[in-house]
Design a binder for this molecule. Structure first.
Ligand SMILES: Nc1nc2c(ncn2[C@@H]2O[C@H](COP(=O)(O)OP(=O)(O)OP(=O)(O)O)[C@@H](O)[C@H]2O)c(=O)[nH]1
Ligand SMILES: [Zn+2]
Length: 363
């Protein structure tokens, strides 16, 4: 018998650790780093890191380094060397763009160019999956296994972590039950749970769609503000309700409710993006300043749920050609694009225009 956690389980544990401000250890052969998520770094933890190495490394994505005018010698990321007198406020200013305009970063920032960046890259990918700001603070760690045992810290093999973080986690059906709804009394809700400990996703089936014919389908990404609060900043709520109404009217359809809030960056980061939008940046620029790509969603999840429910052909309700391409690439044939243009307001006109201009959305 072995109760030792596998890499997936260790990654899930590490996400929890990082969100709580606990360090985790990433190792590869005889190299290891001790990592803390920049956003949860406390003074005490910074002192602990400094006791191990006097110049911790703050890793940010190349997107964030563009704004900070820091050199990204590692291509997709930059390893910034912490000045000896820098405190947690300095780490916050590097990782969080909230005050970029009010207090421009006093540089110059010095980027590390020696030595491998691979473990730092893994750390950055990991904090993103924990829905934290994409920035980490790390120090090299000799004798990692003994250190981990002494401090009861999670240790993950970097190469294994890379494989798991890049793969689409298998999803398993948990339960499904009848859900009479306003749009149709013949509703059914299916819950799917990913193996990697991530958020659950839902499928709402309307009627009993014929699995051999293209089904009217919608891949809806969670939007707490739009779906539930009636936010006027986006078109998500009206799109959700229009999609369900059309399925109800046709008597059949499948709506996936994917928990990829904020195009995959999480609600806290989306609100950081909204705050930047109030400073004048558009939706894409705001994501970049935070260190994210335009769209961090993984649409393999949607394809895998459709597959598991027995659907292989869809009439897809969307204005986003990238969604169609992702479905086709993952084995779901899109026989027709059904436009979904509802919910334009004076508050979201610029948002919709940016999506058309920069993200290829069809108007
Ligand atoms: N990061 C970020 N996410 C946003 C913003 N506004 C809305 N979202 C999220 O965007 C997702 C919806 O994506 P959209 O780009 O509006 O539409 P789409 O799903 O790509 O395309 P359609 O199928 O045509 O609706 C939801 O997860 C929202 O929470 C924003 O300003 N920044
Ligand atoms: Zn929205």
């Amino acid at each position: 018998m072995s109760l030792l956690p596998d890499t997936n389980e260790l990654l899930a544990r590490a996400r929890g650790d990082l969100r709580m401000g606990l360090p985790v250890i990433l190792k590869k052969n005889d190299r290891a780093i001790l990592v803390v998520a920049a956003e949860t770094l406390t003074k005490g933890r910074l002192d602990d890191l400094r006791a191990l190495a006097d110049r911790p490394i703050v890793t940010i994505s190349a997107r964030r380094s563009e704004t900070l005018k820091a050199r990204a010698y590692d291509g997709d990321l930059a390893r910034i060397v912490m000045p000896r007198d820098a405190e947690t406020a300095w780490v916050r200013a590097v990782s969080d763009p909230a005050d970029d305009l009010r207090m421009p970063m006093k540089g110059p920032l010095v980027s590390e160019r020696e030595g491998p960046a691979d473990l730092h890259r893994t750390a950055l990918a990991l904090v993103k999956t924990a829905r934290l700001l994409p920035a980490t603070v790390a120090v090299p760690l000799p004798d990692a296994m003994a250190f981990a045992r002494r401090h009861a810290l999670t240790v993950i093999d970097g190469a294994e972590a890379d494989l798991h973080l890049a793969a689409a986690s298998p999803l398993h059906p948990v339960v499904s039950a009848r859900l009479p709804m306003e749009v149709s009394e013949a509703g059914r809700l299916h819950v799917f749970r990913p193996e990697d400990g991530g958020e659950e996703h839902y499928a709402i089936e309307i009627g009993r769609p014929d699995r051999t014919e293209p089904v009217l389908a919608r891949l809806h990404s969670a939007c707490f503000t739009g779906d539930l609060m009636g936010s006027l900043k986006c078109d998500c709520g009206p799109q959700l309700r229009a999609a369900l109404a059309q399925m109800g009217a046709e008597g059949a359809g499948i709506l996936l409710y994917l928990n990829q809030e904020g195009r995959g960056i999480g609600l806290a980061n989306k609100m950081r993006a909204y705050s930047l939008q109030d400073q004048g940046f558009d939706t894409v620029e705001a994501n970049h300043r935070l260190g994210f790509e335009d769209d961090e969603r993984d649409f393999r999840i949607g394809a895998s749920i459709l597959n598991s429910l027995g659907f292989s052909k869809v009439r897809l309700l969307t204005n986003n050609p990238a969604k169609i391409a992702m479905m086709e690439r993952n084995g779901i044939a899109v026989t027709e694009r059904v436009p979904l243009q509802v919910g334009e307001t004076s508050h979201n006109m610029a948002y919709l225009a940016t999506k058309a201009a920069k993200s290829g959305h069809l108007l």
